[in-house]
Design a binder for this molecule. Structure first.
Ligand SMILES: Nc1nc2c(ncn2[C@@H]2O[C@H](COP(=O)(O)OP(=O)(O)OP(=O)(O)O)[C@@H](O)[C@H]2O)c(=O)[nH]1
Ligand SMILES: [Mg+2]
Length: 267
């Protein structure tokens, strides 16, 4: 048996979309570039395959990376999504804007409108958060908040993530180490594990499986967020720790069925 899932990543050129995809997946799936010209000049697809040997299921996750969305019109966005929808309904749309980037709010509104109408979860992310100064970062986050509040009240504000029901969230991240040698500034990776967790707990039903497969190789997530996962899914601690010790590197693959069983029990 096979199951297909997809994720869409949108945003202007050079804001850090590919870097974020790699940080979420915990390995290099997307090409990134330090050069000024855009690396992704046409739609890119990254494919992740996972096999559940126990149940003989082949999972395929397709990540669609959209180029130059800043010049798109409403028709562009709607055509683009209907094309993707014909292949598979995305479980999540991740929109990236960096503090220095030019925000097209009208366009973001169409995008969010289209997604929410189609029940696609929206994660609006201020990427490369240290690149443009804190004021610009705050402005991006303020814009995200004012847009999302129009769809759903804010239900939670935790670990620098604002949640809007099971419809959307927004946050800011630093996907790789940020260094400014002139100003003697160094910032570690920030907000990625929290973002992954935020999306995980916002998704419903089978989409959770798709997301778990996407992040399955991200050891840092599974190890760092161990306590939060245990707490959220109400796993019995000694059992969970034993489980972690036993499965080691295979934790994600082993944990996915466990999380799903617990979710079913909770419903
Ligand atoms: N320090 C730091 N650098 C980042 C971050 N995100 C992106 N960058 C850098 O910004 C540049 C562009 O990143 P990409 O991930 O290639 O951006 P993109 O949006 O995929 O770009 P295109 O595909 O060309 O549109 C690269 O040099 C990255 O290393 C971040 O969170 N922190
Ligand atoms: Mg790219």
């Amino acid at each position: 048996m096979s199951r297909d899932f997809s994720i869409v990543i949108c945003g202007a050129a050079r804001v850090g979309k590919s870097t974020l995809v790699n940080a979420i997946c915990g390995r290099e799936v997307a090409r990134t570039s330090g050069s000024l010209c855009s690396q992704t000049d046409r739609m890119e697809k990254y494919i992740i395959n996972k096999t559940d040997n126990e149940n003989s299921i082949e999972y395929t996750i397709t990540i669609y990376d959209t180029p130059g969305i800043e010049s798109w019109s409403k028709d562009h966005i709607q055509n683009y999504f209907s094309k993707i929808m014909n292949e598979s309904k995305p479980l999540c749309m991740i929109y990236c804007a960096s503090p220095g980037s030019f925000a097209r709010l009208d366009q973001l509104q169409w995008l969010v409108d289209t997604c929410i109408r189609s029940n696609i979860f929206c994660a609006l992310v201020c990427t490369n958060k240290y690149s443009g100064g804190s004021q610009r970062r705050q402005q991006v986050l303020k814009d995200f908040h004012s847009l999302l509040i129009g769809y759903h009240g804010m239900t939670r504000d935790e670990s620098n993530i604002k949640y809007y029901g099971n419809v959307a969230l927004c946050t800011a991240v630093n996907s790789i180490v940020y260094e400014d040698t002139e100003l003697n500034i160094r910032k570690e990776v920030e907000g990625i594990n929290e973002l992954i967790f935020g999306i995980l707990i916002s998704l419903k039903d089978e989409n959770i499986v798709g997301w778990c497969c996407t992040i399955a190789d991200n050891q840092s997530f599974w190890i760092t967020m161990q306590a939060k996962i245990i707490e959220y899914y109400e796993l019995a601690k000694p059992v969970a720790i034993k489980f972690w010790d036993k499965h080691g590197d295979e934790i994600a693959r082993s944990l996915i069925p466990l999380i799903l069983a617990l979710i079913k029990r909770k419903l």
